[in-house]
Design a protein around this ligand. Structure first.
Ligand code: NAD
Length: 323
């Protein structure tokens, strides 16, 4: 078999599912691994193993029978604000995700997988740089002095260091992306782990024209959201560049949460009123700075938020109807 072989950890998740499809389209032989199968579609992976990557024996088993050329490590215990910012899941997030990264990276070294992708997050950026809604963007080097506002962010930052150290000490080729709020169809849209675009789409799909939806906080907090196709394109380009990173893969189109709700309700063709309630919020303003990605990859995401929402809302509205 002369096809390149690639291992995708977290292949049953949202981004992992799209990544597997892209790798198949590019002609790779793909093994996916996850705690669960993909919720909304059958995986396109050639082989799919259900396994818990916190268990070193599982990590050994999935990587020793095939000589893999590349590893994409996306498995993590993760979710939106309702999962990450309540504090209730802090120990699990730190323990589970760090264990997965420690296990899989060591296993990749032991079995000689030379090229590794790691999905970090915009959540590593310090809280003190994100206190105002009008955030001009977070350049990669503003990560230090470190002060992420969640344990999820601290784990990602620790793991960035882990991957970079394996690069320095063991000569492994490492590529690290800091994803900023990725969204699209086939993503979690209910249950507490969903992110803002999916949660708001669900709420808007559930109300009648003229109805009311609830938003956490005053809705003036800002974020940027990147459509999944651009995330996969950026991931592919980074993995085929000479650049280790970490580098932002995000949109620099900033929007307030109230503005996001308005965009989605326009797409839904519904007039809605917003009731602001108490809820977990995260930082006040966050946006991607794309100078470094442009410089290193000669490319930056340019997928508009509206364009992405036009593809995402109908899918969520259909899920709401079917449930
Ligand atoms: P996701 O939750 O849909 O996918 C993560 C997958 O990891 C899930 O399918 C989950 O079952 C799996 N997993 C968790 N624990 C596991 C374990 N012990 N063993 C095996 N599998 C396990 O999330 P996603 O949105 O697809 O994100 C993928 C990666 O990108 C994650 O590392 C996440 O932290 C990172 N990221 C995502 C975003 C985003 O906006 N979606 C932003 C920044 C970073």
């Amino acid at each position: 078999m002369d096809k390149k072989r690639v291992l995708v950890c977290g292949a049953g998740g949202f981004i992992g599912g799209f990544l597997v499809k892209r790798l198949k389209d590019e002609g790779y032989w793909v093994r996916g691994v996850d705690l669960k199968y993909h919720e909304f579609e059958k995986s396109k992976a050639d082989d799919f193993v259900i396994g818990d990557l916190r268990d070193q024996q599982v990590c050994k088993k999935i990587s020793e029978d095939v000589k893999f050329d590349e590893l994409y490590q996306l498995a993590a215990d993760m979710g939106g604000a309702g999962f990450v910012f309540t504090g209730d899941n802090d120990a699990a997030i730190l323990h589970n995700s760090a264990t997965i990264n420690l296990n899989m990276l060591e296993q990749a070294k032991e079995t000689g997988i030379k090229k590794v992708f790691y999905s970090s997050s915009a959540c590593i950026y310090p809280e003190y740089n994100q206190t105002k809604p009008d955030n001009p963007g977070l350049p990669e080097d503003c990560a230090y002095p470190a002060n992420p506002d969640s344990e999820y962010g601290w784990e990602k930052l620790f793991s960035e260091h882990l991957y970079l150290a394996y690069n320095r000490n063991y000569g492994m080729e490492i590529h690290i992306a800091r994803y900023h709020n990725i969204f699209g169809p086939l993503g979690t849209w209910q249950g507490g782990r969903e992110k803002a675009p999916a949660a708001l789409s669900r709420k808007i799909a559930q109300v009648k024209d003229g109805g009311e939806i609830e938003i956490w906080g005053d809705g003036e907090q800002t974020r940027s959201f990147l459509y999944i196709d651009a995330c996969i394109e950026g991931t592919w380009r980074l993995m085929h560049s000479g650049f280790t990173g970490p580098v932002n893969i995000g949109s620099d189109e900033k929007v307030s949460i109230n503005g996001l709700a308005k965009m989605i309700s326009d797409i839904a063709g519904k007039k809605i009123t917003i009731k602001h309630i108490e809820g977990p919020l995260g930082v006040r303003g966050r946006n991607s700075d794309n100078k470094l990605i442009k410089e290193k990859l000669g490319w930056a995401p340019d997928y508009s938020l509206k364009q992405g929402l036009k593809k995402t809302y109908p899918w969520i509205a259909e899920q709401v109807q079917q449930n």
